[in-house]
Design a protein around this ligand. Structure first.
Ligand code: N1C
Length: 249
């Protein structure tokens, strides 16, 4: 009897986990107009369901991104690396920039973890591989695919917020450096402005050697600028109404 109880409890936990994830996916999706969210859920699942959690390549998400392509917003696209919280606090207040998390798929999957298992039709949200545990894990492959499309769609002047409290602020192992920068295309993007967010004990400034690597990685013809902006200033400038959306740095 005890064993049966344990098995039943485990099954209920598993089913609820699945339904919670599906529910989050669909309800976040329904906040956007003009998409068939149930269909998107099906297409999303096909990327990882039934596969071993370290065997989901980036291309597995091709159908999903084809179903819900990233919509470009010229001159408003914000990139970031190691500065997620600061960036979102800022972009939410000003409404001048968009990030990948403001697009349908980025918004639906932000903060979530998921994976499948061989010979199973389920979605798991616990015990999925960590970001660095294996290259082809479902979460990492999704962000690589979505980030590639986001950078590919970019146009006009683009901005990237990087973290001055770490060195190097531009790190080749980041998605920003390895996936996004190489996909900014000079026929569409005319400038990249790095906003290096500094604090009192910052270890990096715009002269950091990693920014030379960044300029080499950039498509020729894209103008590069770097601006050091204090975190306290950024927090102030984000709270001011900025009707023209002009840069406050
Ligand atoms: O590896 P990163 O930073 O350079 O990735 C950030 C970069 C941004 O410009 C985004 O456009 O890549 C895109 N991106 C996301 O939008 C995103 N949302 C949430 C990449 N990763 C994203 N995440 C999660 O943040 C993801 O699950 C992974 O764990 C981190 C990567 O952030 P990072 O190392 O600070």
């Amino acid at each position: 009897a005890l064993l049966t109880t344990i098995v039943v409890v485990l099954m209920v936990v598993l089913i609820n986990q699945q339904n919670d994830f599906r529910h989050t996916f669909i309800s976040r999706c329904e906040g956007f107009e003009g998409y068939d969210c149930k269909k998107l859920w099906k297409v999303f699942q096909q990327a990882y369901v039934g596969k071993s959690a370290c065997k989901v390549p980036v291309e597995a998400y091709d159908p999903l991104l084809a179903e819900a392509p990233i919509q470009p917003a010229c001159n408003r696209m914000m990139f970031w690396s190691r500065s997620k919280q600061v960036v979102h606090d800022f972009t939410e207040k000003t409404d001048c920039f968009i990030t990948l998390e403001d697009t349908l798929l980025g918004s639906v999957l932000d903060g979530l973890s998921w994976c499948g298992k061989e010979n199973s039709k389920e979605t798991f949200t616990n015990n999925c591989p960590g970001w660095d545990e294996c290259e082809n894990n479902p979460v990492r492959s999704f962000w690589k695919k979505a980030s590639a499309e986001y950078a590919h769609a970019a146009c006009g002047g683009v901005t990237a917020m990087l973290n001055g409290s770490i060195s190097p602020p531009y790190n080749s192992s980041s998605i920003f450096a390895s996936v996004e920068v190489p996909r900014l295309n000079s026929t569409r993007v005319n400038s990249l402005t790095v906003v290096l967010v500094t604090q009192e004990n910052s270890v990096s400034n715009c002269t950091n050697g990693s920014f030379e690597v960044l300029q080499k990685d950039l498509d020729e013809g894209i103008k590069y600028k770097c601006k050091e902006v204090a975190l306290s200033w950024l927090q102030k400038c984000g709270s001011k109404p900025n009707p023209t959306c002009g840069p406050c740095w």
